[in-house]
Design a protein around this ligand. Structure first.
Ligand code: NAP
Length: 251
């Protein structure tokens, strides 16, 4: 049997795809043949244009994922438009940086709710039709802080470590029923999420010095791993957190 990375006939849902890593993944999934729904709180015009450029269909679902309130509506919209959901990419996420002494409850709840709680309940909502179909792929965007503590970002480290745990928990539960659950841990990627680090001369130099590849990652660097994990080629891969980090963790 030929190994297939082809996503023709598949339907993907990507959260937070108006920019950054989510945009690169949404476009790459479309290039690989999938129709792609994007869910987020901001206008994703550029992403929709780029998906249209691949010849695939898209769907724009406006939803604030800081709470789980919209998750069922989001999945229902995908099913209503396309009749199925094969791939969920839980990408939407935020970060809060502050010293411990002044870290607020709001800094904790906002990050954990968006990055972890919504990820779990959106996975639950998407898994139901996947399980009914006997197949599906859930891909969570984790972080190096699924493995490390980071600096001044405790709620982010907690949430992303939780993403690693939830990925494995759901993988164990769903593996025998045809649904694979994996995560991608991006290294330091130049996006809005890391703008503060890129702008801090000292931190930027420290980060660059530690990346064996010798450069910040680009959103497109993450997209190949997402296509792989979404594809039939990865049908025996589940419960894995795949670092795409220019070698950072190997160092
Ligand atoms: P980004 O450009 O800031 O993208 C984050 C995305 O999440 C945006 O589309 C954003 O929408 C969306 N989002 C945030 N809060 C939301 C909410 N309440 N409801 C709906 N959508 C929301 O940064 P990025 O680097 O591409 O981040 C994407 C994912 O990668 C995140 O999970 C992040 O933690 C993870 N990650 C990034 C890096 C890195 O180095 N950049 C490293 C490891 C992991 P808005 O534009 O409306 O805010």
């Amino acid at each position: 049997m030929a190994i297939s990375f082809d996503l023709a006939g598949k339907v993907a849902l990507v959260t937070g795809a108006n920019t950054g890593i989510g945009q690169a993944i949404a476009v790459a999934l479309a290039q690989a043949g999938a129709d792609v729904a994007v869910a987020g709180r901001s206008e994703p015009a550029e992403t929709l244009d780029r998906i249209a450029g691949t010849g695939r269909a898209s769907l724009d679902i406006r939803a604030d994922l800081s709470s789980i309130e919209p998750v069922q509506r989001v999945v229902d919209a995908v099913i209503e438009r396309f009749g199925r959901i094969d791939i969920l990419v839980n990408n939407a996420g935020i970060i809060r940086r502050a010293d411990l002494e002044v870290f607020t409850e709001e800094d904790w709840d906002a990050v954990v709710d968006t990055n972890l709680k919504t990820l779990f309940f959106l996975s639950q909502a998407a898994a139901r039709p996947m399980l009914a179909a006997g197949a599906g792929k859930i891909i969570n965007i984790a972080s190096l802080l699924s493995f490390q503590g980071g600096i001044r970002v405790p709620s982010y480290a907690a949430a992303k470590s939780g993403v690693s745990g939830v990925t494995k928990a759901l993988a164990n539960e769903l593996a025998s029923r045809g649904v694979q659950v994996n995560a991608i841990a991006p290294g330091y990627i130049a996006t809005n999420n890391t703008a503060a680090l890129q702008g801090d001369e000292t931190r930027n130099r420290q980060i660059m010095e530690r990346i064996p590849t010798g450069r910040w990652g680009r959103p497109e660097d993450i997209a190949g791993a997402a296509v792989f994990l979404a594809s039939p080629a990865a049908d025996y891969v589940t419960g894995h957190v795949l670092a795409v980090d220019g070698g950072w963790l190997a160092r």
